[in-house]
Every structure is written in C-alpha cells, then in structure tokens.
Ligand binder design. Structure first.
Ligand SMILES: O=C1C=CC(=NNc2ccccc2C(=O)O)C=C1
Length: 122
C-alpha cells in the first residue's frame, strides 16, 4: 500500500482540525492545530505544531507531534500510528496535555491524558 504521509488536513473526534505541511525526507513536519474545544479561554486561534513520522513502506507509520497552545499556557504531545483501512486513513493517537500550574504543590494535577482518532478531511 502507499506510504502513510501525514501531509494534509485531518479532523479528530472532538471536531478539531489539524493541517500538516509537507513531510521532509527525514519525516519531520510542521503544521497548525485548530482546536474545537470550547473551554479554551481566548477566541480560537491556530496553534503551531511540530512533529516527526516514520517513512516505512507499509503505510502504517508511527509518529509524534507537539502542539504549543496559543490560547493557554499549555502544551500537548500526541503519539500514534496511521492505519489504512479499506482505503481510509485513520490516525489513532494518545496525548498528554500539560497545563501550567502555579506551584509544585499542584504539579500532581497538571498533566491529563487521553486518546483521539483523526480522519482525513476531504
Ligand atoms: O489549554 C488547553 C485546554 C484544552 C485543550 N483541549 N484540546 C485538546 C486537548 C488534547 C487533545 C486534543 C485537543 C483538541 O483540541 O483537539 C487544549 C488546550
């Protein structure tokens, strides 16, 4: 099957959108993350993302990327794999969201984790 290339537009199960620029010959990529999460304090502005993917031939590559949220003092890292099912590409990811806390006494509650599925937007 064709190589999994993350370049393009993706949408996750929250309705957030991710636009990945071209992937270079080392698998590195840049992009923008447009969150659909309403809890975001300031109006939704795109957040930059930086990532890296494997370029193995079987089209089911693993990858990781970091989102530096522009509307809050937080950072998310996503790790996952691209699956090609019946011609559809699906990104299965797990994420860690680190929100800035005021003191180490709150450090325990500063990191949340979860999972997101992304599919290509037409
Ligand atoms: O400061 C914040 C607060 C909530 C956020 N939620 N978005 C996410 C968090 C984890 C994974 C996906 C998303 C998303 O927006 O799709 C992001 C930054």
């Amino acid at each position: 099957p064709q190589q999994c290339n993350l370049a393009g537009s993706w949408k996750n199960d929250l309705g957030s959108k991710m636009y990945v620029s071209k992937v270079d010959d080392k698998g590195n990529f840049l992009g923008e993350y447009h969150t659909a999460v309403s809890s975001a304090q300031k109006p939704i502005e795109p957040s930059p993302l930086v990532g890296s993917q494997h370029l193995d031939e079987d089209g089911q590559c693993t990858f990781g990327f970091t989102v530096n949220w522009k509307f809050s003092d937080s950072t998310a890292v996503f790790v996952g794999q691209c699956f090609a099912e019946k011609g559809e590409e699906i990104l299965q990811t797990s994420w860690l969201l680190r929100e800035k806390v005021d003191s180490q006494s709150s450090n325990w509650k500063a990191t949340r984790t979860g999972q997101n599925t992304f599919t290509r937007m037409c």
